[in-house]
Design a protein around this ligand. Structure first.
Ligand code: HEM
Length: 313
């Protein structure tokens, strides 16, 4: 997927940032919006095979939808009564519902277009024109027991979950990596010298305003930038993108954890941020220290103690 990720989002953001470098007066840039724009474009391409170009078009509509949606979700969880008719009285709830409806419509439109494309492809006997993306995998999937396929409503809700879960989390992770670096200049300088030691710097007078970007690939970096890896791991620990608690219901027979018995039916929430900052698991837990990932003798335990993805590293 690397080529698709670069083509559908990363290249255009790099071009945009390079162009900003060439402006007489450096503009302010909201990296969160830029990163989420790119990750949404990438996810939209991977899920629906559909290119968009948020960075090129400077169109922040979907980024704003995501922002509204993530304010709406915790409000509705805390006060479900606000849903439906009362939504009109509370602007953030109204905006959240509008954002959710717009994203659902985007998914439904993509599914209708895919059904039409499949009909044409079947008619012409040319299945090569059908993209090999997540939507197509879900359309073709069958339940091994019943042989049933997903309905269009199910397809829309599952693809929407992928789109939302994949773009906001990754965009926030990138933003926090940059925040960690910019608020810890010693880490920034160490990373800068690692990158410049491994790759030729581009002389600034050679950067044209609209260059063909020649991106460094994952193969190029995977063994050459250990400090970059450490910075990313530490940012994911220190600033987990999904920071709040994720609820789970205790099964009817109850659950014993440590010395405690919790009866069935209770709801438990494991707070991700708190666990990632827990002193028994991490030395100097409240310090942003990428070095811990290079110095540890036991990487596996360190990764297992980090709760960022909940189910495991
Ligand atoms: C830094 C990046 C990411 C972080 C920190 C992250 C974190 C999480 C967490 C904590 C959960 C909740 C898990 C649970 O309830 O058991 C979750 C769920 C999920 N994630 Fe991610 N994730 C990331 C990237 C992605 C990407 C790139 C995708 C898709 C390609 C994705 C798709 C999903 C899906 C589909 C769910 C289930 C949502 C649901 O059932 O409601 N995530 N993620």
């Amino acid at each position: 997927m690397e080529g698709a990720i670069q083509d559908s989002g990363v290249n255009s953001l790099i071009k945009k940032l390079l162009q900003m470098c060439h402006q007489e007066q450096a503009p302010e840039v909201n990296l969160y919006k830029e990163f989420v724009g790119v990750t949404f474009d990438v996810m939209r391409y991977l899920v629906f095979g559909q290119a968009f170009g948020t960075a090129e078009q400077n169109d922040m509509t979907v980024v704003n939808w995501l922002g509204d949606y993530f304010i709406y979700v915790p409000m509705i969880r805390a006060l479900p009564i606000l849903k439906g008719r009362l939504a009109n009285l509370v602007p953030p709830v109204r905006w959240g519902e509008m954002a959710k409806n717009s994203m659902s419509q985007l998914a439904m439109d993509a599914i209708s277009r895919r059904r039409a494309l499949l009909a044409t492809a079947n008619c012409d006997g040319d299945l090569d024109m059908v993209p090999n993306d997540i939507l197509q995998l879900m359309i073709e999937a069958t339940d091994p027991n019943s042989g049933e396929k997903l309905s269009d409503i199910d397809l829309a809700s599952k693809s929407l979950i992928q789109l939302i879960a994949g773009s906001d989390s990754t965009g926030c992770a990138l933003t926090w990596v940059m925040y960690g670096l910019l608020t810890h200049p010693e880490c920034y300088r160490r990373l800068e010298s690692e990158v410049l030691g491994a790759f030729q710097p581009i002389p600034s007078h050679n950067i044209s305003p609209d260059p063909d970007v020649d991106l460094i690939s994952h193969d190029d970096v995977k063994n050459r930038l250990p400090y970059l890896e450490a910075v990313i791991q530490e940012a994911l620990r220190f600033y987990p993108p999904a920071a709040t608690a994720v609820p789970r219901t205790v099964p009817p027979e109850g659950l014993t954890t440590g010395f405690y018995f919790i009866p069935g039916g209770y709801m438990l929430e494991a707070p991700i941020y708190t666990i990632n900052h827990s002193p028994p698991a991490f030395e100097r837990a409240d310090e942003f220290t990428p070095e811990r990932w290079l110095e540890t003798a036991d990487m596996n335990t360190l990764k297992q103690s980090t709760f960022t993805f909940l189910s495991g590293p």
